[in-house]
Design a protein. Structure first.
Length: 363
């Protein structure tokens, strides 16, 4: 064998040995890594720029926030997000913010049967909350960590319930407001006692009952004072009944108000309403006693109640509110532009600034 052949054989064997070494190394490291990595075939990226869902047990967390720029009144999206970012368990999460108008968002919400915004969607509920500070409720009991409040969605991701009420699928005006037909507004006004200017441009329509503690909080705040001073004759107030079934005095209290209004009209109606909330008392005897102080005839009041004169009216108001404004609790405040039919809802007892923000945009 000459020197040239020897060199060729050495080269060939070198290649063979190198291939064998690479094969051994690959086999070793593949087995090692496969014992430590769980591959999740259910991990899905619906939109590479936004919504990530995963049913795997990953510590890596993606928080996707879906809001709607039209929901400027009652979607504290940014405030909630900032609070979440303060938690150590979420501070290092990948955060993606999307709007309802963005591509694929509408279809994603529909496919997961999500009807209200804002949505705070977590890619997993398996993240370490051990470093999150403990919080206690008013009774001194520990509040569970944030991941215990997550609800699994159809795609395997999780949503955090934040009491979202904004329905992005509802038809809205060019200014982003919901709309009600003029004849519906007229029907409401015709069956109600109107406080202040009947021909005002803006109506504050409130659905409540006398036993509702949050309604009392609203009425004992400065909201009405601020609004009437700021808007004067441009605003009127309408109270409609929405007696909640678990409030034992609610239906009777509503009927007493109507029976009083029959005798002494709107001023007495609203005076008794205010007295009930101020004293936080919706008991039948208390309301009748206070109605008599407003010069109502006690015998006529009792007969009105016994005959159920206004039982159906109260129920009709409640049914109309549920149908028109999708009421789920009280107080439910509807601010209406009587000229355009545009309206916006404020649920619960918000401060005067929240009302002012909406009214200024409605006018």
């Amino acid at each position: 064998m000459d020197n040239k052949e020897k060199k060729n054989n050495i080269f060939i064997w070198s290649i063979i040995i190198l291939v064998i070494v690479i094969a051994i190394l690959w086999y070793y490291f593949w087995n090692k890594s496969s014992n430590n990595i769980a591959i999740d075939s259910n991990s899905i990226t619906t939109d590479s720029n936004s919504i990530v869902s995963s049913t795997g047990n990953y510590e890596d967390l993606t928080l996707t926030v879906i809001g709607d720029t039209r929901c400027w009144a009652k979607c504290p999206t940014n405030a909630i997000l900032e609070q979440l970012k303060q938690l150590p368990s979420i501070s290092n999460a990948k955060i993606v913010v999307k709007d309802f108008s963005d591509e694929w968002v509408s279809e994603y919400l529909k496919s997961n049967e999500i009807k209200t915004l804002p949505l705070f969607q977590f890619s997993t509920n398996n993240f370490d909350t051990s470093k999150d500070p403990d919080q206690k409720d008013q009774n001194g009991n520990l509040v569970p960590k944030v991941n215990t409040f997550l609800t699994e969605l159809k795609d395997g991701s999780y949503s955090l319930s934040v009491g979202s009420t904004f329905n992005p699928f509802e038809k809205r005006s060019d200014r982003g407001f919901l709309q009600i037909a003029p004849d519906k507004i007229k029907t409401i006004k015709d069956s109600s006692y109107i406080k202040w200017n009947k021909d005002a441009k803006i109506t504050w329509l409130e659905y409540s009952d006398l036993e509702c503690p949050f309604c009392a909080k609203l009425h004992n705040s400065d909201v009405e004072k601020v609004l009437t001073e700021k808007y004067g004759y441009d605003l009127n107030i309408v109270f409609n009944h929405f007696p909640l079934g678990f409030h034992k005095n609610a239906q009777t209290g509503a009927e007493i108000l109507e029976c009083l209004g029959e005798q002494k009209w709107g001023d007495a109606f609203y005076s008794l309403l205010k007295k009930s909330y101020t004293d936080k008392n919706s008991d039948k005897d208390f309301l009748i006693s206070e109605a008599v102080k407003l010069w109502a005839d006690k015998d006529k009041l009792n007969k009105c109640l016994t005959d159920g004169t206004y039982t159906q009216k109260v129920k009709d108001m409640q049914n109309a509110g549920a149908e028109l404004f999708k009421i789920t609790g009280t107080p439910w405040n509807v601010l209406i532009n009587n000229e355009t039919g545009e309206y916006e809802v404020i649920s619960w007892a918000y401060p005067a600034e929240s009302f002012v923000e909406i009214i200024d945009k409605l006018k």
